[in-house]
Design a protein around this ligand. Structure first.
Ligand SMILES: [Zn+2]
Length: 379
C-alpha cells in the first residue's frame, strides 16, 4: 500500500464557499492564538507546549470563543500539528520563526481527517466532504483506495481544490533490465548516459509578455490605491479604505497570480512527464547528489529555476520509483566531468566553458555532460 496525493479542482456552491472561507478563518484564528500563547509562555520563561498540549488548549479555546464550534473539528487538530512541525523545524533545522497568519494571504487551506466515511467520492462528479456535503469536482484520474484525509485549498486565482491523500495499491511497472545515469544541467535540465538531452524549457519566458502586461498594471494600480488610502487618512475619512477595497487592483493581482500558476503548472507537467518516462524505461536510475554541484553563477534566474526543477524531479523520482518497483541511487558527482568514461583516464579539472574534450589516452571525443552521465552510470 502506498500513499498518493490526488489533487482535484472542486466547484463549491456559494453556501459551501462561505463555509470553506469561514473554516480558513477558524484555523487561522486558532493558529494565531496558539502561536501567541507559545510566544507569551516563552517570554515568561515557560516551556514549549507540544502538539498534545496544544490540542488540549484548543478545547478551552472552543469554550472561550464559541464560534469555533462551527469549525470542522479535525481541521483544528491539524493546526496544532502544523504549528508543532513549524516549531520542530525551528528547533532542529534552525529555520525561521513561525509566523502569524493573515486573512490577506492569497493562498488559504485547511486539512481534515476522514472519520466514518465523511470523505467519499459518491459518483463521477461528486465528492462528499466534511461539513460541506456533496461538492462538484473534476479530476483527471480515478480516485481508488482508502481516503485518509483531505486538504481544501483556495488558490491565489480564486480556484478551489481538494487534495485527497489516498492509501492505494500501485501496480509495479514491468521490468526493462535497463539502467541509466543522469547528469543535471542548467541549459539541459537532464542528460542521460544514453546520450539524450532533455532541455530546460523556460515556461516563464513563454508567458512573460502577458505576465509583464499585468505586472505593470498591478504596480500602477497599487500606487494609485495607496495614494487614495493616504488621502483618506489625511482627511480622516469616516470609512478609510484598504488595499483590498480596490477592485481593479485586486483584478491585476489575480491576473499576475494566474500567470504564475500557469507557469508553475506547465513546469510541473513537464517534470512529471520526464520522471514518468524514466521509471517506465529504466529499472535502476542513478542520479548525482546535487549538494556539491558547482554551477554558473552569472545566470541567477536560470540557475534558480534549474535548482528548483532538480529538487522536484528528484522527489518525483523518489516516490515514483517506490510506487513502481524501481530503484533510485544517489551518486557522488566528484570528478564525473574530468574522468574519461571509456578508459578511466583522469584529464584534470575542466572549466565550465569546456563543453567537449578529447581523451589524450584513448582518443575518444567526449560531450562533457554525456560523459558525466556515463560516469554516474558506472559509479
Ligand atoms: Zn579515455
Amino acid at each position: 500500500m502506498t500513499l498518493k496525493a490526488v489533487k482535484t479542482r472542486i466547484y463549491p456552491d456559494s453556501q459551501q464557499q462561505t463555509k470553506i472561507i469561514a473554516n480558513f478563518g477558524y484555523c487561522r484564528f486558532v493558529w494565531n492564538q496558539l502561536l501567541d500563547m507559545q510566544i507569551q509562555r516563552h517570554d515568561n520563561g515557560g516551556r514549549y507546549v507540544n502538539e498534545f498540549g496544544m490540542n488540549y488548549l484548543i478545547k478551552s479555546l472552543k469554550q472561550e470563543f464559541t464560534f469555533l464550534k462551527a469549525a470542522e473539528s479535525t481541521s483544528l487538530l491539524h493546526v496544532s500539528r502544523d504549528l508543532h512541525h513549524a516549531y520542530q523545524k525551528l528547533f532542529k533545522e534552525h529555520r525561521g520563526f513561525p509566523k502569524f497568519k493573515s486573512r490577506k494571504f492569497p493562498k488559504q487551506s485547511y486539512q481534515c481527517n476522514s472519520v466514518n466515511h465523511n470523505i467519499q467520492v459518491t459518483n463521477a462528479c461528486c465528492l462528499k466532504l466534511p461539513k460541506l456535503g456533496k461538492v462538484r469536482f473534476k479530476c483527471g484520474q480515478a480516485v481508488s483506495g482508502k481516503i485518509k484525509n483531505v486538504t481544501i485549498r483556495l488558490s491565489a486565482t480564486g480556484k478551489f481544490y481538494a487534495v485527497l491523500l489516498v492509501d492505494t495499491d500501485t501496480q509495479e511497472l514491468p521490468k526493462t533490465n535497463n539502467t541509466v545515469g543522469i547528469d543535471m544541467g542548467v541549459a539541459d535540465l537532464m542528460i542521460t548516459s544514453d546520450g539524450i538531452k532533455y532541455p530546460t524549457i523556460r515556461f516563464d519566458k513563454i508567458l512573460s509578455k502577458k505576465k509583464h502586461y499585468w505586472e505593470k498594471r498591478l504596480a500602477r494600480r497599487r500606487l494609485q490605491a495607496q495614494r487614495e488610502i493616504a488621502w483618506d487618512q489625511h482627511n480622516k475619512a469616516p470609512e478609510p479604505r484598504e488595499l483590498s477595497d480596490f477592485n481593479n487592483y485586486l483584478k491585476a493581482k489575480r491576473m499576475v497570480a494566474k500567470y504564475n500558476e500557469k507557469i508553475a503548472n506547465q513546469r510541473n507537467n513537464y517534470l512529471h512527464n520526464l520522471s514518468k518516462q524514466l521509471v517506465e524505461q529504466y529499472d535502476l536510475i542513478k542520479i548525482e547528489d546535487l549538494k556539491t554541484k558547482n554551477l554558473l553563477h552569472k545566470h541567477k534566474l536560470a540557475r534558480a529555476i534549474a535548482n528548483q526543477s532538480w529538487r522536484k524531479l528528484r522527489s518525483q523520482l523518489e516516490y515514483k520509483c517506490a510506487w513502481y518497483g524501481k530503484q533510485l541511487v544517489n551518486v557522488n558527482p566528484r570528478k564525473t566531468s574530468q574522468i574519461c568514461s571509456n578508459c578511466g583516464f583522469d584529464d584534470g579539472k575542466h572549466t565550465l566553458d569546456v563543453r567537449e574534450w578529447t581523451c589524450p589516452k584513448c582518443g575518444i571525443n567526449h560531450d562533457r555532460d554525456i560523459n558525466a552521465a556515463k560516469n554516474i552510470l558506472s559509479a
